[in-house]
Design a protein. Structure first.
Length: 242
């Protein structure tokens, strides 16, 4: 059986790097984007050069009904996923006293709500089809340690950690692993407006990480070799603890 993996937010950054890394290792990829279809199409073409299949789903992870409809239809048409990488997320940084209601709601609804909205239509089909699959969710160093100006983001990423730990207990007897990756400062669009040079001084390795360094961990956790690892939070941060 060919293994297909859904990766949300896979048109750029860590999601794109993970899609390409998994494609190189023989997985068929189900790409996802919300708005940037052009970028997703570019990733699809690149993936197909590795001799595997790729298709694109377009939906907003914050929209529960849209997630349910599109994911259910895709599973019915193309079969259940072996793996899911919950990577889609946003940041709306602001100090808490000045934070707007929509900055809180959008981040919690996308990052934490997206965990529920995407997985809910997928998990039962995985169980029913006896797929000993892999679920990987992207948290953040901010979810482990907190960060100034990111009360909303830190809350959403800490919530993902709790959700992963609980879901891993529920699915362990099914042979489905559920793990969490907590990246630190990684060279993506998410950090383009941050004082990266100042942040590097706080990182013991004195550099930002590369998306591929996170993707390699995604590949390992997706593999058969990781079948006894579940409920874990693994940091990729160069030794940084905020």
């Amino acid at each position: 059986m060919e293994k297909q993996v859904l990766i949300t937010g896979s048109s750029r950054g860590i999601g794109k790097a993970s899609a390409l890394y998994l494609a190189k290792n023989g997985y068929n990829i189900v790409l996802h984007c919300n708005k940037n279809m052009e970028k997703a199409l570019e990733v699809q073409k690149e993936i197909e050069t590795y001799g595997v299949n790729a298709r694109i789903l377009q939906f907003n992870v914050k929209d529960r009904e849209e997630c349910r409809k599109i994911l259910t239809e895709d599973i019915e048409k193309n079969g259940i996923y072996y793996g899911v990488v919950l990577n889609a997320g946003i940041a709306r940084d602001n100090v808490f006293p000045a934070m707007e209601d929509n900055e809180w709601d959008d981040v919690i609804g996308t990052n934490l709500g997206g965990f529920y909205n995407v997985l809910k239509p997928i998990v039962m089909p995985m169980i029913q089809n006896r797929v000993k699959g892999r679920i990987i969710a992207m948290s953040s160093i901010s979810g482990l340690s907190g960060n100034r100006g990111q009360v909303n983001y830190s809350a959403s990423k800490a919530g993902i950690i709790g959700a992963v730990k609980a879901l891993s207990l529920e699915l362990a007897k099914r042979g489905i692993t559920v793990n969490c990756i907590a990246p630190g400062v990684i060279e993506t669009d998410m950090i383009k407006d941050l004082p990266v040079d100042e942040m590097k001084k706080l990182i013991p390795m004195k550099r930002a990480g590369k998306p591929e360094e996170v993707a390699s961990l995604v590949n390992y956790l997706m593999s058969e070799d990781s079948s006894y690892i579940t409920g874990q939070v693994i940091s990729v941060n160069g030794g940084l603890y905020l």
